[in-house]
Design a protein around this ligand. Structure first.
Ligand code: ATP
Ligand code: MG
Length: 564
């Protein structure tokens, strides 16, 4: 997919780039990056960042890098790297040769640290973690200088090299930037930039026993890649002074040309009815509240793909919500509406009976069948029609028959005529029941002259119009009816534990009777099942000739009305 729809509306980042381009700041270059940490699967929040970063590169003729910010080995893994690559590709983006790993820059980061020590901008501290916290001060009180702050350059360099060589235990020393312990911004009170940690890294193995802190590594990664606009979420706003301090010092040291990358913050996506925190997503998976990272109920991109959501729907959604500087909540129904709009345009129509009961046409010849013709898309006649077989015994929805109907019920009840969509008008004659009074079959007679598409079709006027599939031809399949994973808009808000708000009915697995052509659906093929919603052939559990289907989204939003 190329995403070549019109350029989205202006936002403060686009305005800034336009101004900078007019002033010639970057020589017209726009180089962004999407920098996930491979410590979990991507989620719907990441999609906002992906569309923003790759979208800017696309619209300004620039490039966007995919960079793994893998500086924290204990929580990272190759499985996550692979899943992230797959999801960004699925959304339709291509980083060309620009796939990078922060861990590939460990040598440069180390060299930068030695430079900072030599220039008097960093020192080795040997306070314990508790002491360091105490020395740090608070928002209202300035911090105090560590007794180790004035170590000589030689001593610092010696200690730092020995840290690298593995001579000290984890946590024995750290390297800190030397800035200002009295700064009103706590992030400038000599932040830690390296720590000792004996951890196996998914990329560098056991080469390193010291690792850079994220806040130190990230600006260097940006500068190495000559990023122009380093876009991150608002919680990093207070880190920007350190970002600027560090790159300024390193540019002075000749490591990077000026202008150095510029950090820009935007409001993260907060979406109701889901959780978008890796910690919570990991918990849902580990504790088996869902069936894995790609469970169609999870707001991961892997889950969204299996659920049947479309990349185009994601684009529509991210364009619609825009980019701003102030945090807010988006209702999940906005996301679903965008997906529905795309699916309404693109998904071919098919017939599915989800809660089947037999309809027997008593005056239709046994063993006979004929074709009826159903349009593939009512608004797109050029997509043509397909044949659906009709015969004496059909499956209809159980709710389309009532023995004693309430007022205003126009479907099947004894004596009432309805149209079998794309087929004949039938008149209900009664039903069979088991010993418990449950309806086991509905009976009717058909009016042979009323077949849809023939001159007599409209000779009998009816108010009801129901769908059906021929029992002898139907494809019986597993269908999973997914619903929201949480039953409250902000899971955990009341009780403090988001798990308390899990929706116990978030999936219902049924056996449905589907029109025969659905037997050939390829994995990830999407359809509208008439009257029911949008469905996708599951990409994991479908077998050739035996697809199973997931409900992506209902035709209408039912959550707003019920107020659950
Ligand atoms: P954590 O901090 O727990 O690792 P994270 O969601 O910040 O989680 P990253 O892998 O660091 O994970 O995120 C990659 C990029 O995606 C970052 O640039 C981050 O700003 C952006 N991002 C993450 N969550 C959201 C969100 N909800 N809305 C928009 N952007 C997001
Ligand atoms: Mg993060």
């Amino acid at each position: 997919m190329s995403h070549d729809a019109p350029v989205p509306a202006a936002n403060f980042i686009r305005n800034l780039i336009d101004e900078q381009n007019a002033a010639g700041k970057w020589g017209g270059r726009v180089e962004t990056r999407f920098p996930p940490e491979p410590n979990g699967y991507l989620h719907l929040g990441h999609a906002k960042s992906i569309f923003l970063n790759f979208g800017l590169a696309r619209d300004y003729g620039g490039v966007c890098h995919l960079r793994f910010d893998d500086t924290n080995p204990e929580k990272e893994s190759q499985e996550y790297v692979d899943a992230i690559v797959e999801s960004v590709k699925w959304l339709g983006f291509d980083w060309g040769p620009h796939l990078y790993f922060a861990s590939d820059y460990f040598d440069t980061m180390y060299a930068c640290a030695e430079y900072l020590i030599q220039a008097g901008h960093a020192y080795v501290d040997s306070l314990s973690a508790d002491e360091m916290r105490e020395y740090r001060g608070t928002l209202t009180e300035p911090g105090r200088d560590s007794p180790y702050r004035n170590r000589s350059v030689e001593e610092n360099l010696g200690l730092f090299r020995r840290m690298r060589a593995g001579e000290f235990a984890d946590g024995a020393h750290v390297l800190r930037a030397k800035i200002d312990m009295a700064s009103p911004n706590l992030n400038l009170r000599d932040p830690v930039i390296y720590r000792i940690k004996r951890a196996h890294h998914h990329n560098t193995g056991d080469t390193w026993c010291i690792y850079p802190m994220y806040t130190y590594a990230h600006p260097i990664e940006d500068a190495i890649e000559r990023i122009t606009h380093s876009i991150c979420t608002l919680e990093f706003e207070d880190q920007r002074p350190f970002y600027d301090w560090l790159l300024d010092k390193l540019a002075d040291g000749g490591f990077f040309p000026r202008p150095v990358p510029q950090q820009i913050e935007f409001a993260r996506l907060n979406l109701s009815y889901v959780v978008l925190s890796k910690r919570k997503l990991i918990q849902l998976v580990d504790e088996k509240h869902v069936a894995g990272w790609d469970d169609p109920r999870l707001p991961t991109l892997a889950g969204a793909r299996r659920r049947g959501y479309t990349p185009e729907g994601f684009r529509r959604f991210t364009d619609q919500i825009g980019v701003s500087k102030s945090d807010g909540w988006i209702d999940y129904s906005v996301f679903e509406a965008c997906q529905r709009e795309v699916l309404n345009d693109s998904a071919p129509r098919r017939i599915a009976v989800l809660d089947p009961v037999k309809l027997i046409i008593d005056n239709y010849p046994e063993g006979q069948s004929e074709d009826c013709f159903a349009p593939n898309h009512p608004q797109q006649p050029d997509l043509g029609k397909r044949a659906v077989p009709f015969s004496k015994e059909l499956w209809i929805e159980r709710e389309d028959f009532m023995e004693t109907p309430p007022k205003g019920y126009f479907r099947l009840f004894p004596g009432n005529p309805v149209r079998l969509r794309y087929g004949y008008v039938v008149q209900c004659t009664g039903c069979d029941k088991d010993e418990n009074g449950n309806v086991t079959a509905v009976h009717c007679t058909y009016l042979p002259d009323t077949k849809s598409g023939t001159p007599g079709a409209d000779s009998v006027k009816v108010k009801g119009n129901i769908h059906w599939v021929s029992a002898a031809h139907a494809y019986e399949a597993e269908v999973r009816l997914y619903d929201r994973l949480f039953k409250t808009a902000q899971p955990g808000q009341e009780t403090g534990n988001f798990l308390d708000d899990l929706n116990a009915d978030s999936v219902k697995v049924i056996r449905a009777q589907l029109e025969p052509s659905l037997r050939d659906a390829a994995p990830e093929e999407r359809f509208q099942f008439e009257r029911h919603g949008y469905f996708v052939a599951d990409r994991v559990d479908s077998k050739p000739g035996a697809p199973v289907f997931n409900r992506t989204v209902t035709l209408k939003d039912s959550w707003q009305k019920t107020g659950i």
